[in-house]
Design a protein around this ligand. Structure first.
Ligand code: GAR
Length: 204
């Protein structure tokens, strides 16, 4: 078997982007595999998606921890139980601290439902992003895959895809158009990174 990049996927909800990654990983020549799925919400549907595929999936409920540091210690501990080369945030709705991010340099990526650097930052997640895009009267929006750095949504971009904003768009119609593109470019971005990192591992 050819070598694969080991992924952890962090989710908080439906996990449709997780599903896109799961589906991509099924192709024999896809250079990555998902070893663990972690949700900070025990009721996240994405956990069911993972279990259906036989992928280890656990909840670490942030509400069970008195501090962000304690939650992240539990997260770190869970990640250390598996080989993990890259952490993919896929609708993970917790802001990670600089201390956590620095433990995984250049090893955490995220999907964001807008054309960063526009419409990013604290409070810009899920529906709030699409509402802000509509309020601003933008004629285009899109999806961005980027590296995670301590400054929220400001890390280097890996891939972006734009979509039109139509005059009659609602949050629902716009978010559906954007998420369709996330499902395409997230697996593509992981493939690019996996190829590069595997090449570096071989040369080391
Ligand atoms: C996605 O649109 C993702 O970009 C967004 O949440 C959705 C998760 O959907 N993430 C953020 O807004 C993070 N700032 P999913 O659970 O079906 O993948």
């Amino acid at each position: 078997m050819t070598q694969k990049l080991n992924l952890a996927v962090l989710i908080s909800g439906s996990g449709s982007n997780l599903q896109a990654l799961i589906d991509a990983c099924k192709a024999p020549d896809y250079p990555a595999q998902i070893n663990i799925v972690i949700s900070n919400r025990p009721d996240a549907y994405g956990l069911e998606r993972a279990k259906k595929e036989g992928i280890p999936a656990i909840a670490i409920d942030h509400k069970d921890y008195t501090s962000r540091a304690a939650f992240e210690a539990a997260l770190q501990n869970a990640l250390e139980q598996h080989p993990v080369d890259l952490i993919c945030l896929a609708g993970f709705m917790r802001i990670l601290t600089a201390e956590f991010i620095e433990k995984w340099p250049h090893k955490i990526i995220n999907t964001h439902p807008a054309l960063l650097p526009k419409f990013g930052g604290k409070g810009m997640y899920g529906e709030h992003v699409h509402q802000a895009v509509l309020n601003a009267g933008e004629t285009e929006s899109g999806a961005s895959i980027h590296y995670v750095i301590p400054e929220v949504d400001q890390g280097p971009l890996i891939l972006q895809q734009s979509v039109p904003v139509r005059p009659n768009d609602t949050i629902e119609t716009l978010s559906a158009r954007v998420i369709d593109q996330e499902h395409i470019i997230y697996p593509r971005a992981v493939r690019l990174i996996a190829k590069e990192k595997l090449k570096q591992q071989k040369q080391a």
